[in-house]
Design a protein around this ligand. Structure first.
Ligand code: PLP
Length: 632
């Protein structure tokens, strides 16, 4: 297992067991030996239609482990609880899970359920996300935060305000100054007192790939000038008490606690300034960024690793907030974080199969086959040069002559002078020479039953690497090295970079090439965050609308011959296993409950309540049926 660094990136959830297979330890370091689950057994069970309970599923396969999710949440919470206790911090930690990391219904529902004892909440960044977060949180802890980030239009803000009507703890985080007018206007119209947060653009900049959202020129958040204007406007509208949260996010996969502490301290200063300006501040939301050690190096030297543990991360955050607030004599805020990657990365494993392998060419050189080379003067000279270089053991010249001989023969083939058999013989000879001098490429291409674009989009999009390991045969020395080539008809559909800076992976020879029938399964680990979500519908913005336009008679005239609307919020929610009809009912039911408890008994008030209920239902209905994009 050391070949694949499993101990580095896998701990405490993945280990190589005594049968040479990978086992999952669903409760992390708390897992007892009899609780370990052998991945190969899962694959056999779910793929075999004959075994009892077998489902006959096809690969590729995502195996989810809810217990891992539970363990991650609990570890994060206890890391903060411990830091808070040991540093004498006078408030608590209350995190949220950004649903964009993986919006799968069962992932989100599990997080709400497992996090309920410690008020763990959700973060949403688009209209379908807020719909799903509201409906999931109806079953969660009533104090859990629902942090509403992202670009917002009137419909998004109405939904967030409606959340408060439904007794959900929604907080509208302003990402752009223009959003404030909508919030003020709609909250008055809807008669809701909002809880408002600000996303600040920090000067602290994360230099890695995931840090492009940070710094003064970052994509999101308010500058200091804008923050000052927002405070003034809230004050003028008599709503400064609604401003209660300060948020920032300097990027995912923060490499070191030094950078983290810098960002948190800067934000804590801003927090204290907002307190000084009269806002009723309660929460500092430090965004995401808690990183994962994909390569097991713990070096923090690239986007693939981070140089801290969960515990060190929590200690650094608490220390920075405490230091700044104490110096300014400001009451310690509730600390919220929006860790996505760190919560969901480990909980699923993508399993796929290598179906065949293309070996480097067979290397033999039969003198009869290359006799023709001796017949032509030019070819003969090249052949003799090569032969002499081989005899001298002059590798550099060998490479040069192999190249020249090949080129010459390809020209000959193109001119119709050489036959395909002759060209094949020359290729065979060259391969033989390269092998003889140890310069042949021994790397095989393993064809895998997977689409990299669908299942590991970040690998193609941003060169992100994930640990990839055979899930069995780890007690046998791999006899080959390989790169992986996927099923798609696209040259980018391959994996030829691996953790540890390797350009090929140690792999076992396939039995099935010789008809042996043995299957070879590989697992991709730590891809539970973003990979499913990106491969599907990022942030749950579905596909665009599509129209078909043809030219028709008359100058500059055309006809729209087909118009297909883009996916609605309900459509994209269905794609991640939610049931929009059920969600709609849940939310309507919640509205009924809330309105009954506060309900008026007079006839006039009852009518008002009916109107109110109908408005809520209509707003929800619209939001499910419209597209998730901003309504402009
Ligand atoms: N919060 C915001 C605003 C984000 O943009 C992101 C993602 O980049 C996250 C939270 C989640 O970050 P991470 O997965 O690094 O925890």
């Amino acid at each position: 297992s050391s070949l694949y660094r499993i101990d580095g990136w896998g701990a405490p959830y993945f280990i190589a067991n005594s049968s040479g297979n990978i086992s999952v330890r669903p409760h992390g370091s708390e897992t007892l030996p009899h609780q370990e689950i052998d991945l190969l057994k899962i694959v056999k069970k779910v793929t075999d239609p004959k075994s009892s309970g077998g489902l006959g599923l096809q690969l590729p396969l995502i195996v989810r482990f809810p217990d891992v999710l539970k363990n991650r949440l609990e570890c994060l919470q206890s890391a903060f609880d411990f830091a808070i206790q040991s540093q004498g911090y006078n408030s608590h930690y209350q995190g949220v899970y950004p649903v964009k990391c993986n919006q799968d219904r069962f992932v989100v529902e599990d997080i709400v359920k497992f996090g309920s004892p410690f008020r763990f909440g959700l973060e949403a960044g688009s209209k379908p996300e807020i719909l799903l977060a509201m409906s999931c949180l109806c079953k969660g802890n009533p104090d859990a935060f629902l942090v509403c980030n992202g670009f917002k239009d009137a419909e998004y803000i109405s939904l967030a305000l409606l959340g408060r009507k439904l007794a959900l703890n929604t907080m509208i985080v302003l990402e752009q100054e223009e959003e404030l007018d909508l919030v003020i206007d709609l909250s008055q119209k809807m008669n809701v007192r909002p809880v408002i947060g600000l996303r600040a653009k920090l000067r602290t900049k994360h230099a890695g790939h995931f840090g492009s959202t940070s710094g003064e020129k970052g994509k999101f958040g308010l500058t200091t000038t804008q923050i000052v204007r927002v405070v003034r406007k809230l004050s003028q509208s008599g709503m400064l008490d609604c401003l209660q949260l300060l948020h920032f996010h300097i990027g995912s996969q923060i490499p070191s606690t030094a950078l983290l502490s810098g960002g948190v301290a800067e934000a804590a200063q801003l927090y204290c300034e907002l307190v000084r300006l009269g806002a009723h501040m309660k929460v500092i939301d430090i965004g995401g960024g808690l990183g994962i050690d994909y390569d097991g190096s713990k070096s923090g030297e690239s986007d693939l690793s981070v140089a801290y543990t969960l515990e060190e991360y929590a200690q650094a955050v608490v220390a920075s907030v405490r230091f700044v607030c104490d110096r300014r004599s400001v009451k310690h805020p509730v600390i919220c974080s929006e860790s996505g990657r760190a919560i969901v990365s480990h909980h699923s494993v993508l399993i796929f199969e290598a179906v065949s392998a293309v070996k480097p060419m067979a290397h033999h050189a039969n003198p009869d086959d290359i006799q023709f080379l001796l017949d032509g003067e030019e070819a003969r000279a090249k052949y003799e040069d090569l032969y002499a270089a081989v005899m001298r053991g002059d590798h550099e010249s060998c490479l040069l002559y192999v190249d020249q001989l090949k080129q010459g023969c390809v020209e000959g083939f193109k001119d119709g002078v050489l036959s395909i058999e002759q060209l094949a013989s020359v290729d065979g000879l060259c391969e033989w020479v390269l092998n003889a001098i140890g310069a042949a490429d021994p790397v095989q291409t393993y064809n895998i039953n997977l689409s990299v674009f669908t299942s590991i989009p970040d690998l193609w999009g941003i060169d992100q690497l994930f640990p990839i390991v055979p899930i069995h045969k780890l007690d046998q020395r791999p006899g080959a090295r390989g790169i992986l080539s996927d099923l798609t008809c696209d040259s980018d559909g391959k994996i030829d970079k691996f953790i540890g800076g390797e350009t090929s992976l140690p792999l076992h020879e396939l039995d099935n090439n010789g008809g042996g029938g043995g299957r070879y399964f590989l697992g991709m680990f730590l891809g539970g965050a973003y990979e499913e979500a990106l491969g599907g519908v990022h942030n749950l913005f579905g596909g665009p609308s599509v129209v078909r336009v043809s030219q028709s008679d008359g100058p500059h005239s055309f006809a729209v011959t087909r118009a297909v609307p883009g996916q609605s919020s309900a459509d994209v929610l269905r794609a991640v296993q939610h049931e929009p009809e059920l969600m709609f009912q849940t939310l309507k039911h919640r509205a009924e409950e809330v309105m009954q408890t506060k309900g008026g008994s007079d006839e006039g008030e009852e009518e008002e309540d009916d109107d109110e209920f109908n408005n809520v239902a209509a707003c929800l209905d619209r939001s499910f049926h419209n597209m998730p994009y901003l309504a402009t």
